[in-house]
Design a protein around this ligand. Structure first.
Ligand SMILES: Cc1cc2nc3c(=O)[nH]c(=O)nc-3n(C[C@H](O)[C@H](O)[C@H](O)COP(=O)(O)O)c2cc1C
Length: 211
């Protein structure tokens, strides 16, 4: 590959400006790990439920409380159902994916036609949103109801959608009265490169040094 070369000590280097989109994708998703998975629930303009996983996802600001998802278009440049529904309704719900619902999340990642309720296909339970039209998933350890804050159009095929969290749901015993969220209770899974996922069951504490 022209865009890469090996230097002394076997380090590899890549000129990202000379790589294809596919090559950049492979390096990025294999390297920027672990990525949390948002199982995003939306409704379309007819109120039909949709669910799909997104690992281009993270928390970007707490004040205002903003999270982001990266949504690619379909190959023919049409919007994925999630992108379409957020455009139409201005809301979405991010459901955190625990190990217990990993398989169900994967079912939701299949390319069902618009209008098919993936939660139904996956055996997950939708509950009505409190502040938004999109439902949350009862089996998810946590869920954030979001209003679309701003959409960044990155070229013709990718949108980054920022959502402001307006309501949060937690399963029993996951968050205590001091707002400490128990990572073992969340038991989130993460996406690595390719089809590989991981758990967050191996943890350690690190205190920031006090100067
Ligand atoms: C674990 C996982 C992570 C994914 N992450 C993304 C992502 O970050 N962005 C994206 O556009 N598609 C992602 N996908 C693919 C979408 O989930 C898939 O295209 C889905 O069919 C879209 O559904 P929709 O058309 O109902 O929105 C991911 C799939 C899986 C299984």
């Amino acid at each position: 590959m022209d865009a890469s070369h090996t230097v002394a000590g076997e380090r590899k280097q890549f000129d990202f400006t000379a790589l294809t989109a596919r090559e950049r994708y492979k390096l990025m998703i294999g390297t920027i790990i672990p990525r949390p998975i948002a199982l995003v629930t939306t409704v379309d303009e007819h109120g039909r439920i949709n669910a799909a996983p997104f690992s281009f996802f993270n928390c970007l600001s707490a004040d205002p409380p903003i999270l982001a998802i990266g949504v690619e278009n379909n190959a023919d440049m049409s919007f994925k159902d999630t992108g379409h529904n957020i455009r139409m309704t201005e809301v979405f719900t991010v459901n955190i994916v625990s190990f217990a619902i990993a398989e169900a999340m994967h079912v939701c990642g299949a390319k069902y036609p618009r209008g098919v309720d993936e939660l139904n296909e996956a055996g997950l339970t939708a509950a009505a949103g409190i502040k938004v039209a999109s439902p949350y998933i009862v089996e998810a350890p946590a869920a954030f109801e979001c209003r679309r804050h701003v959409t960044l159009e990155l070229g013709k095929s990718r949108q980054i959608i920022l959502g402001e969290i307006v309501y949060a749901h937690y399963g029993e015993g996951i968050v205590d009265e001091n707002l400490h969220v128990d990572p073992a209770g969340v038991d989130a899974i993460a996406r690595l490169g390719g089809d590989t996922c991981s758990t967050i069951r191996d943890r350690f504490e690190m205190l920031t040094p006090k100067l």
